[in-house]
Design a protein around this ligand. Structure first.
Ligand code: PMP
Length: 318
């Protein structure tokens, strides 16, 4: 029983739903096989009505498809098919609570190939793990501007979720933690603000929400996109996507990071400059509330962003 709690019963691996312990690869596959790997991070949220809602599933699958195209991996499944794979997996694992879903694609049979990853067959894994929301819990972070620069378009493709890109964020994150901060902001090759390790950056200045544009060496974040829409349509505040200078962070009224894992995480200081009054700012709070309403299904306007997991299953067998 204790063993069961540590991982879900099933995962999905190359076309089949398998028991967790039956999905294995040989140890010699470690290493080069995942250098070109791409992945997705998706969340499902327990709805206020008892349903489980996957947030922006289609957009995540579309980004997976783009990521695979960019690293020249072949996707052998349609997006409708992958949607069903994920919904089926969540149901098979009897999931009703907040959950993280991770599809991972990498080149199959690369042993000895190292650099020749062109149009390879892809191995595709989907696994799920419980991940409670931290929205509304009062979590805040301190940040430092990293001495590491964000990877740039002329070195690696920042806009996709290539696993190798994440070494960049790991270096920045571990530097920040060793220096006593919770997280880091990376500048891009041009010296303007890019993003955090695994999250985008937004700030409030002069009554506007300001965020680095998608050509500033950031991942094309789905949360960022959603929050831009919610800020405009629910909060009614202007949003500007542009280059952001480092020193703008030092004098911003509010700052937060955003992403599937980060959700909205308020940042209360950057390089020891206190942001606003050092607490969670009013725009951040309003946006958190609006976002949670969408995720939990109490805001009807953005129902298209939610995929219900259990709706198709008769109530008696859920
Ligand atoms: N930047 C990076 C580097 C990330 O890994 C993530 C998390 N996927 C984000 C930004 C936020 O993207 P999303 O909102 O799509 O999760």
């Amino acid at each position: 029983m204790a063993e069961q709690r540590k991982h879900p019963t099933y995962l999905w691996w190359n076309g089949e739903r398998l028991r967790w312990h039956d999905a294995t690869v040989h140890v010699t596959e470690l290493g080069w096989s995942t250098v070109g790997a791409v992945f997705e991070g998706i969340r499902a949220y327990a709805g206020a009505d008892g349903e489980l809602y996957v947030f922006r599933l289609r957009e995540h699958l579309e980004r997976l498809e783009r990521s695979m195209r960019l690293v020249r991996l072949r996707l052998d499944y349609g997006l409708d098919e992958l949607t069903e794979v994920i919904l089926d997996l969540l149901r098979a694992n009897e999931i009703h609570e907040d959950t993280y879903i991770r599809p991972l694609a990498f080149a199959a049979d690369t042993s000895g190939k190292r650099f020749a990853q062109i149009g390879n067959d892809a191995s595709l894994l989907v696994n799920t793990s419980p991940l409670a929301t931290h929205l509304g819990t009062g979590l805040t972070q301190t940040a430092k501007v990293s001495s590491w620069r964000r990877i740039s378009e002329d070195v690696m493709p920042p806009r996709i979720k290539n696993l190798s890109n994440y070494r960049n964020g790991q270096l920045a994150s571990s530097e920040a933690r060793l220096d006593g901060y919770d997280t880091a902001f990376l500048l891009n090759a041009q010296g303007t603000v890019a993003e955090g390790p695994g999250a985008c950056v937004m700030m409030v200045a002069n009554g506007m929400l300001v965020t680095p544009s998608v050509t500033c060496s950031i991942l094309e974040s789905i949360t960022r996109d959603a929050l831009i829409v919610l800020a405009r349509e629910v909060l009614g505040i202007p949003v500007v996507e542009r280059q952001v200078d480092r020193t703008e962070l030092y004098v911003a009224d509010e700052i937060f990071t955003c992403g599937t894992a980060a959700e909205i995480t308020p940042v209360i200081s950057v390089d020891k400059y206190t942001v606003g009054d050092g607490g969670i700012g009013p725009v951040t709070r309003d946006l958190e509330r609006a976002f949670l309403d969408v995720l939990r299904g109490t805001e009807e306007r953005f129902a298209a962003w939610r995929t219900p997991v259990w709706a198709a299953v008769p109530a008696g067998v859920r």
